[in-house]
Design a protein around this ligand. Structure first.
Ligand code: HEM
Length: 383
């Protein structure tokens, strides 16, 4: 999936943010030349999302002034989202998956996680940060935890345990999830330490912290370019990822361990049939199997099949050779319907028949669930 949010995006970053002709120039460029565009948009009332994009102290001050005097809504009146939701990718990410003790005080836990942006600022001083050490982070909650702390989700986002002929997708426990992106991996390590230390003593039953990396300029460990069809421009990413009423986002996280033996021994042609794209340059295969990954995700095997659903993928490779390596899949969506459609189609439970996703021939899903990342204001009201 989408290493660094998008391979197209990744290409943009490497090309100094020159967007290909098909794309709209992103509003959240890292380069200083992008600042006037963003600032102009912000002054027009785009909201505090841009706060996380500036590196110069005076820019931050100007943005702060502009957002305190205007309502924190986007031009389309969508409340502000947390910084991880539709921002672009970075070279590394932290996926911190926390399971609480049943006796944990949920209100105290949520109080701590509401300070996530303060913890980010503690790790990287906002007046000194640059694109190498700035961190874009967000926190999400399981359905049960969200309700316990006074949240009311607009849609049910229960994650079902799915089984198909090519493998299972187990439903895993978890209450709180942190996603953070940064070009400096040690900052992410530090953030995980700070977050865990902030939680009430004795409240954590178990946790897993996974650190990811960009592999070969944006390829999955299978060698395929990941993120080709991922939305790259910020408006599309926001539209796809964000629930308009709240600024919140429904998020899937899945830990996949690749079968390197299969990847190294099967012919590229065979694997290309499984994915539906060429390994070298991601060209779409015109006549592809209905069981190919692309056909499963788009709901049909036509060439450039119209997509009934989209999500913003921000997945990245992770792992070690000894302990297992693969893809940490994370996708943001305005509705859980998009996620359910894709997962059902992968395990042969889709409307178009019992077709299982051939991608599961080269990788195994060992952990997964859904979260809701509340909008910034919604998050503030919890507890
Ligand atoms: C280890 C597991 C997975 C691997 C290695 C993988 C890899 C890929 C690759 C190589 C592509 C083609 C290039 C691209 O457009 O990005 C792709 C496309 C895509 N994948 Fe995955 N994927 C995995 C799991 C998933 C899951 C679990 C979902 C959804 C819940 C998903 C959703 C998508 C979507 C929506 C597309 C774009 C399809 C299109 O519009 O053409 N993938 N994936």
């Amino acid at each position: 999936m989408a290493a660094r949010g998008s391979f197209r995006l990744f290409q943009n970053l490497r090309r100094g943010f020159i967007a290909p002709s098909r794309q709209i120039a992103t509003k959240s460029g890292y380069s200083k030349s992008a600042v006037p565009v963003v600032l102009g948009t912000l002054v027009a009332g785009v909201g505090s999302y841009g706060l996380y994009k500036y590196t110069k102290k005076e820019d931050v001050t100007a943005v702060l002034e502009s957002v305190t005097s205007t309502p924190k809504v986007t031009a389309a009146s969508t409340p502000t989202s947390q910084p991880s939701v539709y921002s672009q990718g970075k070279n590394h990410a932290l996926y911190l998956w926390i399971e609480l003790e049943p006796t944990a005080n949920a209100k105290e836990v949520v109080k701590a996680t509401k300070s996530l942006q303060k913890m980010v600022d503690q790790v990287t001083d906002p007046s000194m940060r640059d694109e190498e050490d700035e961190i874009w982070a967000g926190v999400g909650f399981s359905p049960n935890f969200f309700k316990q702390v006074g949240g009311s989700p607009r849609q049910d986002y229960t994650y079902a345990h799915r089984r198909g002929n090519l493998g299972e997708m187990p439903s895993s426990p978890g209450d709180v999830f942190i996603h953070a992106k940064c070009n400096t991996p040690s900052k992410l390590f530090e953030l995980a330490q700070v977050v865990l230390a902030s939680l009430p003593k004795g409240s954590v039953k178990d946790f897993e912290d996974i650190y990811s990396f960009v592999f070969k300029n944006g390829r999955d460990l299978s060698g395929f370019i990941d993120g080709t069809e991922n939305a790259a421009d910020e408006d599309s990413r926001q539209n796809i990822a964000v629930q308009k009423e709240t600024g919140g986002s429904y998020v899937i996280t899945q830990k996949w361990i690749h079968n390197m033996q299969v990847i190294n021994s099967e012919k590229d042609r065979t694997q290309e049939g499984w994915v539906g794209r060429a390994k070298s340059d991601s060209t779409e295969i015109s006549r592809k199997s209905i069981t190919s990954h692309v056909a499963r995700m788009t709901g049909g095997n036509g060439f450039q099949q119209k997509k009934p659903f989209e999500i913003v993928r921000q997945s990245m490779p992770f792992g070690t050779l000894k302990g297992g390596a693969g893809l940490f899949f994370i996708g943001y969506s305005a509705s859980p319907d998009n996620l359910n459609f894709m997962l059902d189609n992968m395990v042969g439970a889709g409307k178009d028949g019992p077709h299982c996703d051939d991608i599961m021939r080269l990788t195994k899903n060992i952990k997964g669930t859904y979260w809701y990342f509340p909008g910034a204001e919604e998050l503030n009201k919890l507890g």
